[in-house]
Design a binder for this molecule. Sequence first.
Ligand SMILES: Cc1cc2nc3c(=O)[nH]c(=O)nc-3n(C[C@H](O)[C@H](O)[C@H](O)COP(=O)(O)OP(=O)(O)OC[C@H]3O[C@@H](n4cnc5c(N)ncnc54)[C@H](O)[C@@H]3O)c2cc1C
Ligand code: FES
Ligand code: FES
Length: 490
Amino acid sequence: MRSDSVIYGHDGQVVNAAWKGNAHTLLQHLREERRLTGTKEGCAEGDCGACMVLLGELTPTHDSVSWRSVNACFLPLSAVHGKLLATVESIGRPSALHPVQTAMVEEHASQCGFCTPGFVVSLYEHYLRHRAPTSVEQVHGQLSGNLCRCTGYAPILRAAESMYRLPRVARDAVADVSLLLRVRSLVDDAPSKLESDGECVMFPRSSDELAAQCQDHPDARLLGGSTDVGLWVTKQLRTLPKVIHISRADDLRAVSRTGSGLRIGAAVCLADAAIELGRDHPELSELWQRFASPAVRHVATLAGNIANGSPIGDSMPALMVLGARVMLRAGGQRRVLSLEDFYLGYQRNALRPGEFIEAIDVPARPDGLFLRAYKISKRHDDDISAVSLALALQLDQQGRIAFARIALGGMAATVKRAPATEAAMLGKLLDQATMRVASRALSEEFQPISDHRASAAYRMRVAGNLLLRAALEHAGETPTRVHCTEGAGA
Ligand SMILES: Cc1cc2nc3c(=O)[nH]c(=O)nc-3n(C[C@H](O)[C@H](O)[C@H](O)COP(=O)(O)OP(=O)(O)OC[C@H]3O[C@@H](n4cnc5c(N)ncnc54)[C@H](O)[C@@H]3O)c2cc1C
Ligand code: FES
Ligand code: FES
């Protein structure tokens, strides 16, 4: 292989594609170079789903290929290096439509058609995963990253059900393990670095290789899923001369259970991390469902969310109250920081040059934990938080709060613990009276800002109300859902 070409498998063929630098997106390659124009560009930021394609990778046991939807608009072409790709063109032909496509036609689920390929890819992924119609909620979740501006969603939802009534295809277009093995061996025999016009991208295959490359290239930008960094390129037109992809480092793709809890490797995607975290902490399942869309969660990582360090990053409040630690590595040196000590200020963290996050450790769940995580955003699905709050409480035999951790997003320059609020709860019953006291403490220790997502007053009010909500939920008196949309700008 030349050191300036990306290799991937598509529709039974090995594709050798010229690599044109780190701003070269998968979508540009598909539409402009391969003329696969079924994949569309709508928003170029992962929000509309018009660019959805499927990425195939070997499962950890290496016996099958797992296919997952991803957004081609912000993924660099290099993200498919050594992988398989399926586009809407792979799914059916005009003379032999796939049941997903037939159902879309028969249910009149397409009007202008711009969004349709993305919906087809998304529903096709659902079809691969489920052999029978699923709940409406599951279909809503599956389609939460697809927007349609003209048909309306009812016919599309009907298609999601009726596709299962059509004769099932014996072998889907995307089942080719042998092609993937061929692609893998080609890539493994080739240099693990691509270069073109003064830019380069590296693909370490282990954490040791990654550690060495980070030492040699402390100026390189690490890429997990590229769901933050990709937008720096498509929206801010930033250039990235040197990039290191961590997704080929197999040991970083592992989740392991240690004696003291869960260790989530830095390259584990959010969809997989959520499954593992959900086994111990089912209370967090809605939070993960509302983190972006499936196509984003299929590549985005927890490490990327933590390192990016947005004050409204959704994973950090929950991880902080669970006592998560970040495992940092620089060359052969390792150090451990609690997540709250990782942040030094607005978009500043404790990472030193050449250092990276190797894993995130989440301690085992203590007995009697009362855990909640709330996200308040203007839209229910695929939206950015205005405020988020997580709390983890332990009650003693008398039902008094013996231990409290509370963390908030959207209330300060970083996601932050609330020590004074925690202290105000200790020794008290978990009820509304305690939460009113805690809410007053909260208003003294946070000074949120007003921005286009919410006013400072709204943020403060809603954070206090979330504490009350937790008490009501504990008492079994769940109030009306608090996905407030009204008043966010008031
Ligand atoms: C459509 C869309 C919706 C989104 N919705 C949400 C949402 O609901 N909630 C939310 O919190 N975020 C959301 N995001 C933001 C983003 O998906 C998350 O922050 C995600 O977790 C980033 O992970 P990544 O692996 O893609 O990071 P990347 O984009 O690959 O990297 C982000 C940063 O982390 C650094 N980095 C990555 N891995 C490491 C490592 N191992 N060690 C050190 N540094 C590292 C990179 O160099 C970069 O600075 C959304 C993004 C999009 C495009
Ligand atoms: S173009 Fe909108 S999600 Fe990619
Ligand atoms: S059919 Fe026009 S955007 Fe969906």
